[in-house]
Write a protein that binds this ligand. Structure first.
Ligand SMILES: NC(=O)c1ccc[n+]([C@@H]2O[C@H](COP(=O)([O-])OP(=O)(O)OC[C@H]3O[C@@H](n4cnc5c(N)ncnc54)[C@H](O)[C@@H]3O)[C@@H](O)[C@H]2O)c1
Length: 454
């Protein structure tokens, strides 16, 4: 009898210390303001000419200006950067293409307001440092403009909700410029996933593993090192998460429910600030890992490492019940071999690996509907990370010109960016599970599966 009581006592103790529901960190979902509706599948009247103003012309912005000179139906109207010479040299890009000069705005961090207030612009494209993304985007939407914001568009939950609310109340597009959704392998793999080649996709992985040593000194007023100094957690999650979330139909039938995050200590970060005579502690761990679980019982692993000399990787993996896609270090698909149920698993050949020409032949059977041969050829010519940046910009303009919902909406932005603050909360809570808010506020099942508008 004593033994039985001891057993039950042990079970009760285990249940109380491992009960997830008691440990989970709840996250508030603010009520949708009255008179406002979701903007799922937002379709607006076609815009004949997409007239764009660019804000932020440092390392990233001028490439976007260059790409837009190749996009049919796009017109570059205005250019803005705090630093006057950066705005002026972006006009050189237009001249080199035989295009008229754009109006310039510069000289202060408030100069962008003049650009947003113009009545001949319908899209504001933002490529500033992270702290300026949201105030600028809110002002642009307040002025009635669609916005496209570099990654990560927002870094806190408050910022995310302010963008969601502004996009909903103004019924405007607010897209995050997640270019990695448009790389060729990701486009093919998405198409294959949608055709059921991998069975049901039940797990995904993604990362931003990129040693930024050569870049830290190049950012305007060292904003990126400062942000990493001040913030723990995954501060740059969207390159890894975006393509996987699309393949898993997030807020198109499934949604993120919880996440757990863990980081290493900052080992290399402090050396960077010491070398620059910057005082204080360094918050961001060299490596951060976050695990997300979805409503349908699927998982995603996301990693962030900008501090160690490992090879560049966005990790990109889709793991399905019947197959696998993996991009790094070698592009591979892996499917069940013909007759695999009778296979001798000791010989490790229960699956067939596709690489090289075999991989290309497999991909050719599942073309991505947005990637016409003409677009692919132009993207490879214009470039931008091998062409994916161009495909992203082209699709943005194409959808606006045709009155179609954009590929990535304000809720994608919210779901992919929220890892920033939620991973910090999990780590601060001793790696506790954290609830992921439903940014659609109940509309995540309105659409069934991720689809491009064509
Ligand atoms: N998607 C990608 O592959 C990719 C690649 C690189 C950078 N990025 C993103 O692009 C953005 C810019 O990065 P970067 O490397 O060009 O940084 P950067 O420091 O080189 O450039 C930022 C520019 O913004 C300007 N700026 C800052 N505040 C401003 C304001 N209020 N008004 C006008 N101009 C302002 C600065 O003067 C500077 O020229 C970041 O969000 C970054 O994460 C994305």
């Amino acid at each position: 009898m004593k033994r039985v009581i001891a057993f039950f006592a042990a079970v009760m103790m285990l249940a109380s210390c491992c009960g997830e529901s008691s440990r989970i960190i709840k996250v508030n979902v603010p009520e949708r303001p009255a008179g406002q509706e979701d903007v799922i599948a937002l379709a607006l009247p076609p815009i004949d000419t997409v007239r764009v103003g660019f804000i932020g012309l440092g390392m990233r912005g001028p490439g976007a200006v260059e790409r837009f000179t190749y996009i049919p139906g796009a017109k570059i109207v205005a250019l803005c950067d705090v630093e006057p010479e950066r705005a002026e040299s972006a006009n050189e890009i237009l001249r080199s293409h035989g295009l008229p000069d754009a109006a310039l705005y510069s000289g202060s961090t408030e100069a962008y307001k003049g650009l947003c207030e113009r009545d001949d612009i319908n899209l504001v494209y933002i490529a500033t440092d992270w702290k300026h993304h949201v105030p600028l985007a809110l002002y642009a939407m307040q002025c009635g403009k669609h916005v496209a914001i570099e990654v990560p568009a927002a870094t806190t939950l408050d910022e995310i909700w302010s963008l969601v609310n502004m996009a909903e109340s103004k019924r405007l597009h607010c897209m995050m410029l997640e270019n990695c959704c448009y790389d060729f392998f990701e486009l093919s793999s998405l198409s294959m996933a949608q055709s059921g080649v991998f069975g049901e996709v039940i797990h995904g992985e993604g990362s931003y593993n990129h040693n930024l040593d050569p870049f830290w000194n190049e950012y305007w007023h060292s904003w990126r090192l400062d942000f990493n100094k001040e913030n723990r957690g995954d501060v740059y999650p969207t390159h890894g998460l975006g393509p996987v979330a699309q393949a898993m139909n997030i807020h198109r039938g499934d949604r993120f429910t919880t996440l757990v995050s863990m980081d290493t200590d900052p080992f290399n970060g402090p050396k960077h600030i010491k070398a620059r005579n910057i005082e204080g502690d360094f918050a961001n761990g060299d490596v951060s890992c976050t695990l997300i679980r979805t409503h349908k019982g699927k998982t995603i692993l996301i990693e962030h490492d900008v501090m160690t000399p490992r090879p560049y990787s966005r990790m990109y993996q889709l793991v399905g019940t019947d197959g696998y896609a993996g991009k790094y270090p070698v592009e591979q698909y892996c499917l069940r071999a013909e007759g695999a149920q009778n296979v001798d698993y000791q010989s490790l050949d229960g699956e067939k690996v596709y690489e090289g020409e075999e991989l290309q032949a497999l991909q050719a059977k599942y073309p991505n509907p947005i990637l016409t041969p003409e677009l692919e050829a132009l993207a490879k010519k214009v470039g931008g990370h091998g062409g994916m940046d161009f495909i992203m910009d082209y699709r943005l303009v194409y959808c606006l010109r045709n009155g179609l919902p954009l590929d990535m909406d304000v809720y994608d932005m919210a779901e992919w960016c929220c890892l920033g603050e939620l991973s910090r909360m999990s780590i601060a809570g001793g790696n506790a599970p954290v609830e992921v808010p439903d940014f659609t506020r109940g509309a995540w099942q309105k659409l069934s599966g991720f689809n491009y508008s064509l």
